[in-house]
Design a protein around this ligand. Structure first.
Ligand code: OSB
Ligand code: MG
Length: 366
């Protein structure tokens, strides 16, 4: 099956509430969607790059640029998901852009063969337990209200965003209010240095599942040192951009858990390789999120259904992010999301909704 063309579509999705991390505040999710068109089916991919290069070096305008200038021209015309990674490999980095293109090819191809993402990737479950990522708030009172509402909705695990000045106090308050049974973890988004090791060790009192990315992205050796000086397990997010990075982190002892985000690592196939590697080494993984719309969420939920995903992910329901999602909403049922089982992503964008949020489209003929 030949690809006839590719659409780059930019959408603006207002968030239900601002999302604050140690690196910035997001109020509208600026998303690049990739649509691969063939005579028989089309496929969608969501690029998880954010509007500014604060989480990683990628950002939406750069992703669109590298896609139109380099990645799309290098894409094999024949629709073959396995061929995408090798064809794009000569171009360094830009993993989020590559991941979106590969996901769209994969979706189109699976819609033709009738297989779901979950089945193709090797999922072993039909529903996945869901956690929620809670941003930095203006006050502890506001945080407790927000966490309380999520617990009420059924989320089985809570992740608190932390940073210098917002760590021990909010974590203690949440632990005291919601009790020792709440599955609780924190995410620093690289906001600390090894000089903060003694301070971070204070979090050991709160029986956290893990601390995510305490130190800088390129500090694997320092993460290994930190891992030896605190009891809380270290999970890496930003540091792991490939299976090779995961292998290095594991052999250094830099982490005992990995947050897998398909966009960050260049796609669902590389994400599966990281899953396989971690599973073989007894390293737990869970599926991270980048405030995706229903398009990216559908694929993430499929990935999260693989057997090595032994911890609840940041795969929250649509309403945690948006009043109106671009697909039919993902809804929590007893703290779980159902894994789509239709062909490809198993969900379709709703044309009217999509048109309303679209800010630009660009058609590239192949
Ligand atoms: O570090 O995991 C992160 C969102 C945007 C960028 C980075 C991160 C996050 C989240 C939210 O924590 C996860 C989600 O609910 O999608
Ligand atoms: Mg993170």
């Amino acid at each position: 099956m030949e690809i006839t063309g590719i659409e780059l579509r930019r959408i603006a999705m207002p968030l239900v509430a601002p999302f604050r991390t140690s690196f910035g505040t997001e109020t509208t999710r600026d998303v690049l969607l990739v649509r691969v068109v063939t005579p028989e089916a089309e496929g969608w991919g969501e690029c998880v790059a954010m509007s500014e290069p604060l989480y990683s070096s990628e950002y939406v305008d750069a992703a669109a640029d590298v896609l139109r200038r380099f990645l799309i021209p290098a894409l094999p015309r024949e629709l073959d998901p396995q061929a995408v990674g090798p064809a794009l490999a000569p171009f360094k980095g830009h993993r989020m852009a590559k991941a979106a293109l590969e996901a769209a090819v994969l979706d189109a191809s699976l819609r033709i063969t009738g297989e779901s993402f979950a089945r193709y990737l090797g999922a072993t479950r039909d529903r996945v337990p869901c956690g929620v990522s809670v941003g930095i708030m203006g006050s502890v009172a506001e945080l407790l209200d927000t966490v309380g509402a999520y617990v009420e909705e059924g989320y089985v695990r809570v992740k608190l965003k932390i940073g210098p000045g917002w760590d021990v106090t909010p974590v203690r308050a949440v632990r005291e209010r919601f009790g020792e049974d709440l599955l609780l973890q924190v995410d620093a988004n690289a906001a600390y240095t090894l000089a903060d090791a003694r301070h971070l060790a204070r979090l050991d009192d709160f029986d956290l599942l893990l601390i995510e990315q305490p130190l800088a992205d390129d500090d694997l050796v320092q993460h290994a040192r930190l891992a030896r000086s605190i009891r809380t397990p270290i999970c890496l997010d930003e540091s792991i951009e490939s299976a090779a990075h995961a292998a290095a982190a594991i052999s250094l002892g830099a982490c005992s858990v990995v947050n897998i985000k398909p966009g960050r690592v260049g796609g669902y196939l590389e994400a599966r390789r990281i899953h396989d590697l971690c599973r073989a080494h007894g390293v737990a993984v869970w599926c991270g999120g980048m405030l995706e719309t229903g398009i990216g969420r559908a694929a993430n939920v499929a990935l999260a259904a693989l057997p090595g995903f032994t911890l609840p992910g940041d795969t929250s329901a649509s309403r945690r992010y948006f009043h109106t999602d671009v697909t039919p909403p993902f809804e929590l049922d007893g703290g779980h999301l159902d894994v789509p089982d239709g062909p490809g992503l198993g969900v379709d964008p709703v044309p009217d909704v999509l048109d309303k949020v679209t800010t630009a489209t660009e058609w590239i003929s192949l």
